[in-house]
Ligand binder design. Structure first.
Ligand SMILES: Nc1nc2c(c(=O)[nH]1)N[C@H]1C(S)=C(S)[C@@H](COP(=O)(O)O)O[C@H]1N2
Ligand SMILES: [Mo]
Length: 480
């Protein structure tokens, strides 16, 4: 990193020179950006390919202060070839294009296609969405140590110690990214919701087995020591800044927060946190730290970018994260009540489909609609409803759900509703769903009132537009 004292932070991209001093504090990727100061951006963006989208170029252009001479530009291009490739140990992802809408390769961000979401109550490891902020770290299990500490003392456990010495506990829990359904938050009045443009698939439901965080903290006498429990992962950049997040001590000591080593009865896969990850059920995915190797009990929250300057609901007056005073906004913890329609759907990216052509079932001439619902914070789903007239009248869907203890409903609910073909208009029509939890919380009708520039926690009614297939209409006419 190079600091140009009186000038601030400059960097180069292609033929441009940019002064990004005023952007540094609010870069969505935190201080990472400083690594490029005095250098060419290409090398960094080659690793963090998530930047290669239009709004980033547009943002950067606002900071252009001049142009590079031709020779310098060629030197830049040479330099990029020698950068350390942090992603070289990312796993091979077989059939990823069939399973996911891939939002970025490096870091790997991929959401499950909607029809696969509702194809089974438990999401298989292969079908489970992946949300990585950096590379996947390589772990030698024989050397792996879990460090547990507070300000005064530090202990560590081997993987075998953890698995053998503590009782195992299994829960069924959904994990959902707070950015799920962000794409639908983009709004012509309020502006873009910045970040990965997830449709409805940044969610999955699995069985997690591991050690209760509470047992671990108690065994070290750390359960009465601090206000927050911080989790840090092994995915660290070249300056040793690692992914980290924290949860309040009260949640950490609750029944079902896990240090999980198994997902659906198998060892964790590398994309989902092998060998060890945190599962904070009922809470946004960002707090379920993968590849966790440090647990810190503290009076302070984790000071990571993702706890401090992201995963917060900024006020609607903030149109660019650069303008935000993140310290005044609390870090998100519990998720809110959510539901989405997953079938009918197509293999095409849901964000791009305007009208989906559908055919009623051959057998019973009904159109079957399926989706998921999830109450946040352990609140159970009491109903899911469908409307074909934008919310004037509603029909009750059938629910598939687990019996779960009070306020520990961590699993999602799957739901089904059958529409009689005779009730389906021949013109394109909208279908919306909404869920209600057992506390009467329900979803807002549009994302307008909950818009925020980081596009988190969108739980507005999910709407898709359907057009009944021509061949069906023709057949129906012939029968008349
Ligand atoms: N170490 C680490 N943990 C992490 C992340 C990460 O990038 N690094 N991403 C978080 C986010 S934002 C989400 S939504 C979930 C995604 O978990 P999954 O990839 O297993 O679906 O992991 C969380 N834990
Ligand atoms: Mo996330």
């Amino acid at each position: 990193m190079q600091r140009f004292h009186s000038l601030g932070y400059w960097l180069a991209y292609k033929d441009g020179v940019y002064d990004v001093s005023s952007f540094v504090e609010n870069h969505p990727g935190g201080k990472q950006i400083l690594k490029t100061a005095g250098k060419a951006l290409e090398s960094c963006w080659k690793i963090f390919t998530i930047h290669q989208i239009d709004h980033v170029y547009e943002t950067l252009e606002q900071y252009r202060i001049g142009n590079l001479p031709k020779g310098e530009r060629e030197a830049n291009e040479k330099h990029q070839e020698t950068v350390l490739d942090l992603f070289q140990y990312d796993p091979e992802r077989v059939n990823a294009n069939e399973t996911f809408f891939i939002r970025s390769q490096r870091p790997f961000n991929a959401e499950t296609k909607p029809n696969l979401l509702v194809s089974s109550f438990l999401t298989s490891v292969e079908n489970f969405y992946v949300r990585n902020h950096m590379h996947v770290p390589v772990v030698n299990i024989n050397e792996f140590k879990l460090e547990i500490r507070n300000e005064k003392s530090s202990r560590s456990l081997s993987y075998d110690d953890l698995v053998d010495k503590y009782k195992s506990h299994t829960i069924t829990s959904a994990v959902q990214c707070a950015g799920n359904r962000r794409a639908a938050m983009n709004n012509e009045h309020q502006g873009a919701a910045l970040g990965t443009q997830w449709y409805v698939g940044a969610i999955g439901n699995a069985r997690w087995t591991g050690v209760k965080l509470r047992d671990l903290l108690e065994s070290f006498g750390l359960d009465k020591e601090g206000k927050h429990v911080q989790f840090w992962g092994l995915d660290c950049d070249t300056s040793q800044r690692c992914y980290g997040a924290s949860i309040p001590m009260e949640k950490a000591l609750s029944e079902d927060v896990l240090l999980a080593y198994e997902m659906n009865g198998e060892l964790l896969s590398s994309d989902h946190g092998y060998p060890l990850r945190v599962i904070v059920p009922g809470t946004i995915g960002a707090r379920s730290v993968k590849w966790v190797n440090r647990i810190i009990v503290s009076d302070k929250e984790a000071d990571s970018h993702w706890q401090m300057s992201d995963y917060k609901i900024l006020p609607p007056s903030i149109k660019e994260p650069q303008q935000a005073d993140f310290d005044r906004v609390p870090a998100l913890q519990e998720s809110n009540v959510q539901s989405a329609i997953c079938s009918p759907s197509s293999d095409e990216d849901g964000n791009k489909i305007k009208v989906l052509s559908v055919k009623p079932n051959d057998k019973d001439k009904r159109l079957t609609v399926k989706g998921y619902a999830l109450g946040g914070g352990g609140r159970a789903i009491q109903n899911v409803q469908i409307s074909l007239d934008h919310g004037k009248t509603w029909f009750q869907a059938e629910l598939e759900q687990l019996a779960q203890p009070h306020m520990r409903a961590w699993s999602w609910t799957l739901w089904t509703y059958h529409i009689n073909a005779s009730d389906i208009p021949s013109k394109p029509f909208d279908i919306v769903c909404r869920a209600m939890d057992t506390h009467g919380n329900t979803q807002p009708d549009t994302p307008l009132g909950i818009w925020n520039v980081r596009g988190v926690m969108n739980n507005a009614w999910h709407k898709i537009t359907l057009q009944i297939d021509d061949s069906f209409l023709k057949k129906a006419k012939e029968l008349k």
